[in-house]
Design a protein around this ligand. Sequence first.
Ligand SMILES: C[S@@+](CC[C@H](N)C(=O)[O-])C[C@H]1O[C@@H](n2cnc3c(N)ncnc32)[C@H](O)[C@@H]1O
Ligand code: SF4
Ligand code: SF4
Length: 398
Amino acid sequence: MGQSTIHWVDEVGRGVGKVGHFLQREGLESAGGHLASFLPWYLKNRVRNVALPFEQNVWGRADGRAQMPRFITIKPTFRCNLRCGFCRYVVNGQVFGKSDYFLDNEWLDLIDEVAPHKPYISITGGEPLLYPKIGELLERIASHGLYATMVTNATLLERKAEVLMEAPPKIIQISIDGPKDTHDEMRAVDGTFEKAEAGLAKLMEIKKRKRSSSPLVVINSVISGRNYRGMPEMAKVAEKLGANVLNFQHFWFMTPSMLDAHNNQWGECFPVTEEEIGTTQTEGVNVDELWEIMKHVEKTAKIPVTFYPGLSKEELEIYYNQPEKMVRNRTPGCAWLQTAIFPNGDVSPCFDHVVGNIRDSSFMDIWQGEKFRAHRMRLAQHGAYSLCSRCCVYYRYD
Ligand SMILES: C[S@@+](CC[C@H](N)C(=O)[O-])C[C@H]1O[C@@H](n2cnc3c(N)ncnc32)[C@H](O)[C@@H]1O
Ligand code: SF4
Ligand code: SF4
């Protein structure tokens, strides 16, 4: 069996395994409403993933075309009310509103345009609940039957929960990194935990009142040297808050040497600077200890626990101790499956690499446009960038 066939079989196996895992751990009571609609969509996407090497190596190399995006990430604002030290938008100053912009009908037009292709819409930021028209955006997404997911620090959730529940996203990811003191310290603003707790309680109350299965509540907890020993306690916090799932997010590194390596190879067509990108690192993670803690939490938590990316112990060792080294070296699928769109309408498939703007052209023209295709062809022909090694999108195939 060839390497790529093994990869395909592995992908299919992993997909089936994950669905089974999800069914078993989620329990039909809480997940039933989701699974009925989620499963066909999930399986369709798995097939797309399995066929991805074909898409990359045939069209990808020839002219960089792609099928329709599987998901589109909308960042309605980069501004944020928190100052997390591990967040590159704090490091590069975006959270202070230095390039802020609120699009209006453009987001709605975008949703109308892409709706026939059924991508899911991932809403993040910055802090997306700072966007004044978040309710309208969610309503427009729901009106086309598209799935929305949202990542939020939840500090404004108590105020926005009613609006959100008019057209709830399928999944809401609430960022909480530990019990009160740890969370407030990591988020660098006192009172953050309590606000998120109150917001989540309000959301749960409305969800119950409306007998809605959406949103599925996932607590997303960043693992860093500061908090990893508190993961078992974090599981208890997530249980108490009533989360459906607890996801531990491995740290995304962006080190100066990754930027140097990238510029040495791609500086001509896609240069990156420390000021624009924002570097992030964590220290003090003992991988043997982290692994033991992960296994312990998985076994003892009363709600489903996932880790993203899912890594073996050997991979975890490389992930934390050699951030510049690829964990699974392959052509990243990101450029064929997704893109992000910034608050000013810039379409950016990779960090700050802009390939068009939805205020100037239709999304589809940009998706199959010259700059986007050039980006895909670079990846298809040369493989991963150094920036890919700890980029969240690199691992996002499910
Ligand atoms: C950039 S934030 C935007 C949404 C919102 N402001 C929030 O914090 O939930 C999206 C997610 O990325 C996580 N995140 C930010 N920096 C990270 C890093 N260096 N490593 C891992 N996760 C990170 C946040 O905790 C959050 O869950
Ligand atoms: S809340 Fe989110 S966007 Fe804001 S600083 Fe923290 S991680 Fe960054
Ligand atoms: S750094 Fe790599 S994985 Fe991340 S978005 Fe860019 S090409 Fe994709």
